[in-house]
Ligand binder design. Sequence first.
Ligand code: BES
Ligand code: MN
Ligand code: ZN
Length: 500
Amino acid sequence: MNFDLLISDLNSTARQGSDALLVLLPDGHKPDQAAKDELSALVAQALKAGDIQTQAGKLLALYKPSQAKANRVLLAGIGAGTPRLVRQAVAGALGALRSGSPALKKLTICFAGTPAAGSVRAAVLAVADASYVYTTTKSKAEARGLARVTLAVPKSVAKETVQDEFQRATATVVGVELAKEWANRPANHATPTHLGTAAQALAKLPRITCQVLGPKEVAKLKMGSFMAVAQGSQEPLRFIVLHYKGAAPSQAPTVLVGKGITFDTGGISIKPAGEMDEMKYDMGGAASVLGTFRALAELQPAINVVGLIPSCENMPDGGAIKPGDVVTSMSGQTIEILNTDAEGRLILCDALSYAERFKPAAVVDMATLTGACVIALGAVRSGLFSTSDELAQRLLAAGESAQDLAWRMPLDDEYAEGLKSNFADVANIAGRAAGAVTAAKFLQRFTDKFPWAHLDIAGTAWKGGAAKGATGRPVGLLLEFLLGQAASPVKGRKTASAKA
Ligand code: BES
Ligand code: MN
Ligand code: ZN
């Protein structure tokens, strides 16, 4: 899908040919009195008569106004014009336009008033999201119909700011769609080996290099915890190391770590059958790393980024780990595996230890880690845990600005009580209470050497039900955060206590 940015008023925008023209009307919109064109007059009339209200979600369809080179013109209210309302309005309007025929190939979206900061990006992301289709494993799939989208903003905008925002938006779309693609692929089409190949394909892009380690190399690194999870599966594990080099080698990188469980059966602590198919999404964190690198290649910011993806299946075969087994992690800490379904933390802890070698400015891991986080925050916000207030603030702000929200959760040491083990340095589970927090406390034990944040995306990485599909989150948040790092790197002072 192609996006264009056009700086032009409603009248000249309407004369651009397209299948449909969507006009976004903010509260208090005063149609340009000087504009004598038919469309501006229609908008003014409709507003005056109360036939269109500017509340977000209100729609009015016009048919073939003679001066518009589009069969369908849809007026949509965007209320106060915030990014959130623009996103909702555009998503709703796309639903209405799609139900009409013929198929929508070329769409123009026109901001009738000066767009608020972030709302051009919100419109771009909403269109991309509403028109996305997954096709890879269907034999007669209909590809995405929408091929060209023009965003038109009035001449009153700050040109450079809106161009910059537009560029971020289109780069985010490319990254989000790569993440969706990999997350949506079924587990037999997205094995650890496939993910390794996908990462290697990214290394064809400028400034990106990639290294994929297999079982032998991982054994040499003594990643005993990661290997323990992989040992119940026929599929060989992969440890993916991506580099984006946009700044001098002396500049400390930001490291992204993504959980890459390509299918989570639970292992010997097996999961119930209902909705188990959704555990193909247990590599959503890994997919967000791939997507973020794809977006970095588009924008090429002056920053260094390392991407780490431990990837394997969690399966229950004769060689699988058993509850009570004790394994030795790369850090040397021994772990009693009381529940084989708490496997995400077991692969992440070794990746976090591996991250130390890069002397990172910050490490952020993304993981579909706990059902408890879904209970706590649902599908709206990802759970954010961090040992650095500054890092946490930056990630929260990046999420706000990219409309990819997170919410900070606590890391008090008292939460680590339940992780005590009689047979190892630490157990991999605590009780039922505060499950998302105890999982984060487990990870925290492996993060002494750098400022660290953890995003539990169990509720946000995909949608279930009829609209089942990956969301591509948190690519938007991560990209925005990294662009901020390029401007001024995080100081990296730790603010929460380091060890449980
Ligand atoms: N991948 C799951 C977490 C998950 C569950 C994400 C449901 C989204 C929806 C993870 O590996 C897991 O199984 N976690 C367990 C941990 C428990 C055994 C302490 C969980 O959340 O039940
Ligand atoms: Mn699990
Ligand atoms: Zn899992």
